[in-house]
Design a protein around this ligand. Structure first.
Ligand SMILES: Cc1cc2nc3c(=O)[nH]c(=O)nc-3n(C[C@H](O)[C@H](O)[C@H](O)COP(=O)(O)OP(=O)(O)OC[C@H]3O[C@@H](n4cnc5c(N)ncnc54)[C@H](O)[C@@H]3O)c2cc1C
Length: 506
């Protein structure tokens, strides 16, 4: 089938009275309808601009999505948000969802360490620091995980001079922790936490991006432990994360409903394939089933994943091609709904983070969702449980279990891994339902030098035109707080620029 081409979409801004044309509000096209695109669209709409959101897939929300499984409404991607900032609670309140905010069960998560006896090598994960970095390595809960010698080595952090690590450019989380506190803290505490949150190795993570302020606080207070403790104390009391009764996908649903009611033009199934300057504005080309469309816009905000963003922008800004992010391995999530009354006791709290090198376990993390969220536990009733296991991390080889592993094999791994990690046999006969959700390229991580790279990208985009902006997790950093804050900020700058410039010539 050949594709048709529709005429250009634009505004013939004639006045109803037949007089001189009235100036229609400027039109912004937002490319990508994930949380970044939706939140940016909301800001732009509130600034009086006309907004069109073009989303490639058949739904909005990107990595925020849900589905029904075994009668439960479950999140398919993000299932919580950080409470270290008021960003998400404030947005939820504006959208009428504040009454649904809940914190997870206080029992906390465990870490599974390598060892001949898996049960004996599982420990509650201490929660006194930041990203697994302990505030006080001599705390017995920490010594239980890193051992006596690990604890003694970590204590050197208190006496070592701060040195250039506090100020040098480009320091990884791994280098900082290894140098200050030693290998045991790194591999047994920090790496499992970083792997669970970012699907990345601490040696690949830019410390200033994943723990902003940590190095500056270390320089001020004289040790990494003191800095981790201070950052932890500065965070609001209570749990570090929260969720929504009924799941995080409601945030997406509420945003879409509000944008629709406020007159945004929201389109799914529209893959943007081209972006060129035209006059003072832009022409956006989209492919929608068999039709190629051209849309004129005064401004464009690109809110796709990183590789897609660079592919769209590089024809206009060739220097961006060198900044195309490396592919990320992606994750596969296996959800099991099981009838296993022994799990009512929540044997590993809210779940388990798995350190590298644990033999016989392929999962990198297990969330015991019915132990973590009371609303889900109440829905399930005694004996029934929801378990979510994740597979795939940076550095995996094709032989590792991950995104490319077929469903049936992932399911068998999930049964074996859940049994091993929870210390309770879970058989096929116990399974009420299960599924696999795959996220390809969905967890970009802030690799070393991230902030400089982001500054270069933003500079190149700004040099091209004030009517162009770029946002999304690949620049802002993984997590809803960073993504929402950045989307709002970029949309605000774009709205300011368009308030000053001339409207697009049509
Ligand atoms: C499994 C998983 C669990 C997570 N858990 C949490 C969590 O618990 N808490 C938390 O805070 N964060 C979590 N995150 C991270 C969080 O979900 C993301 O950081 C955030 O949602 C990213 O939003 P985004 O809009 O930048 O990108 P995306 O969600 O990737 O959205 C980009 C959108 O652009 C669209 N697009 C791409 N190319 C085009 C094109 N050419 N034309 C039109 N549209 C296009 C895509 O289809 C997609 O919808 C998780 C992520 C994953 C994958």
């Amino acid at each position: 089938m050949t594709k048709g081409t529709a005429g250009p979409e634009g505004d013939a801004a004639t006045s109803p009275s037949g007089g001189p044309p009235e100036r229609a509000p400027r039109r912004i096209v937002v490319i990508g309808g994930g949380m970044a695109g939706l939140v940016a669209a909301r800001t732009l709409l509130r600034r009086g601009l006309r907004v069109t959101v073009l989303e490639r897939s058949g739904r909005f929300g990107g990595t925020v999505d849900g589905r029904l499984l075994g009668g439960f409404q479950l999140d398919s991607g993000a299932e919580s948000f950080s409470t270290r900032s008021a960003t998400v609670p404030a947005l939820a309140a504006e959208l009428g969802l504040d009454g649904r905010i809940v914190t997870p069960d206080a029992t906390g998560a465990w870490v599974q360490l390598p060892g001949r006896d898996l049960r004996a090598s599982a420990q509650p994960l201490p929660s006194s620091g930041v990203l697994g970095i302990p505030a006080d390595p001599s705390d017995p809960a920490i010594t239980a995980v890193i051992g006596r010698s690990g604890s003694l080595r970590a204590a050197l952090d208190r006496v070592l001079p701060v040195g250039p690590l506090a100020t040098r450019k480009k320091v990884s989380l791994g280098e900082l922790v290894r140098t200050r506190m030693g290998e045991e803290v790194l591999t047994r505490l920090v790496a499992p936490v970083a792997g669970g949150v970012f699907s990345a190795d601490p040696d690949d993570l830019d410390v200033d991006s994943v723990a902003p302020g940590l190095r500056a606080t270390m320089a001020r207070l004289g040790s990494l432990g003191a800095a981790a403790g201070a950052l932890r104390q500065a965070a609001p009391a209570g749990a570090a994360v929260a969720g929504l009764v009924g799941g995080m996908a409601q945030l997406r649903d509420a945003l879409v409903a509000e944008l629709t009611a406020d007159g945004a033009d929201l389109r799914t199934g529209e893959q943007v394939t081209g972006l060129v300057r035209s006059g003072t504005g832009w022409t956006v080309t989209t492919e929608h089933s068999t039709l190629t469309r051209r849309i004129s816009a005064d401004g464009v905000l690109v809110a796709t994943e990183g590789r897609a963003a660079v592919d769209l922008l590089a024809p206009a800004i060739p220097a961006l091609a060198a900044e195309r992010p490396d592919p990320v391995p992606g994750v596969a999530l296996v959800t099991l709904i099981v009838d296993v009354p022994e799990l009512d006791a929540a044997p590993r709290g809210t779940g388990v983070l798995v350190a590298r090198g644990v033999e016989g376990v392929a999962a990198k993390a297990l969330t015991h969702s019915t132990a973590k969220w009371a609303w889900l536990r109440d829905q399930a009733g005694p004996g029934s449980h929801v378990l979510r296991l994740s597979y795939g991390r940076v550095g995996d080889t094709p032989a590792d279990v991950g995104l490319a592993t077929p469903d049936g094999a992932l399911y068998r791994h999930a049964l074996a891994d859940a049994s091993a990690l929870l210390g309770v046999p879970i058989l096929e006969a116990d399974v009420l339902d299960w599924d696999v959700v795959r996220w390809a390229g969905a967890l970009p991580h802030a690799s070393v030098g991230h902030r400089e790279r982001v500054a270069r990208i933003r500079g190149l985009v700004a040099d091209q035109s004030a009517s162009l902006a770029v946002t999304g997790g690949w620049l802002a950093g993984t997590g809803l707080v960073a993504v929402i804050d950045d989307a709002r900020a970029r949309a605000g700058v774009l709205a300011d620029a368009l308030a000053e410039g001339p409207a697009v010539a049509l």
